[in-house]
Design a protein around this ligand. Structure first.
Ligand code: GLU
Ligand code: ZN
Length: 301
């Protein structure tokens, strides 16, 4: 299978050095292996996405010399696909509506009898306030539905989540090839107990979006035929959620390369609001794409 990767920025601010590192790494990997480098605009958060930021992404990538293959995928044009998939998960009894506010969740999770709230890849592990004892079936989600959560204990029971057995324990897995700090390389495996305990019922569709990052990224990687996901080490923990969704939906699991994060001189992760380190600013200051490669420790093109 031809190597195919993607760069998937959200148009909610200027690209900074961390994005440049991610995009250059993915692009160079694709070129070195005679593969493809695709672009996807992750614009499901309509309250934060702006056309100006999207235009700037195209400008910055072009200036960096990172040409992408094929048409650009935009998540805002894929809402039908997300909603069909939600109906399919609902029909399997894997979803339930949740009306909790962020504050209710924090309070329920830190109630004295609960001890310190447990943290999962999405923050505090949902204490299950809205989880039904039995799931209402039916083919379609009654709409409007509010937020939808994935019942992780149910998901952990589904046979299709697992790829092999060790003794009597079923294990799910993905291949990790990244260089990020603390990222284990090789086959990363996890068991039903770990799914049940460590992840929690994550939101799979937000009320205001009709989807979530997790659902969209899984469907879009499959739709774009991505074989290798190159992205920051901060997303390593969420990968188990993505693998569970891929397996439940019968989609292939790509290889993952969770790369190191670019930090400022104080060791702090770069954020969108650090405008001073925006690629555009360096561009306007007269730096070259070669200078950007040097700054993030990547070889010249
Ligand atoms: N849109 C995400 C971001 O900008 C990227 C997610 C991914 O690569 O899976 O952080
Ligand atoms: Zn709830």
């Amino acid at each position: 299978m031809t190597f195919r990767t993607r760069f998937a920025p959200s148009p909610t601010g200027p690209l900074h050095l961390g994005h440049a590192y991610s995009a250059i790494l993915a692009h160079d990997m694709a070129r070195a292996r005679g593969g493809q480098f695709l672009l996807r605009i992750e614009d499901i958060d309509r309250s934060r996405a702006r056309p100006e930021w999207e235009d700037l992404i195209y400008e910055d990538l072009t200036w960096l010399g990172l040409g992408w293959d094929g048409p650009v995928m935009r998540q805002s044009e894929r809402l039908d696909s997300y909603s069909e998939t939600l109906d399919a998960l609902w029909a399997r009894g894997l979803l339930y509506p949740c009306t909790c506010k962020r504050r209710d969740i924090a309070e329920a999770a830190s109630a004295p009898q609960e001890g310190a709230p447990l943290l999962g890849p999405d923050g505090i592990i949902y204490p299950g306030t809205c989880r039904p004892k039995t799931h209402s079936h039916g083919h379609l989600i009654p709409r409007p539905s509010g937020a939808l959560r994935l019942d992780m204990a149910q998901a952990a029971r589904a046979n299709d989540v697992y790829t092999r057995r060790i003794g009597t324990t079923r294990v799910a897995a993905f291949e990790e090839l990244g260089n990020g700090e603390g990222i284990p390389r090789g086959l990363v495996e996890f068991t039903p107990d770990e799914i049940d305990r460590d992840i929690g019922d994550v939101v799979i569709a937000r009320r205001d979006m009709g989807t979530s990052y997790h659902l969209a990224v899984v469907l879009d990687d499959a739709a774009q035929g991505i074989t290798d996901v190159v992205r920051g080490a901060d997303l390593f923990d969420a990968t188990r959620i993505h693998v569970i969704l891929q397996r439940l939906l019968g989609l292939p699991t790509p290889r993952y390369h969770h790369h190191r994060l670019i930090r400022d001189q104080h060791g702090k992760r770069l954020a969108k609001r650090d405008d001073a380190r925006a690629i555009r600013t360096y561009r306007e200051d007269g730096l070259t794409p070669g200078d950007i490669r040097r700054m993030v420790g990547l070889p010249q093109a």
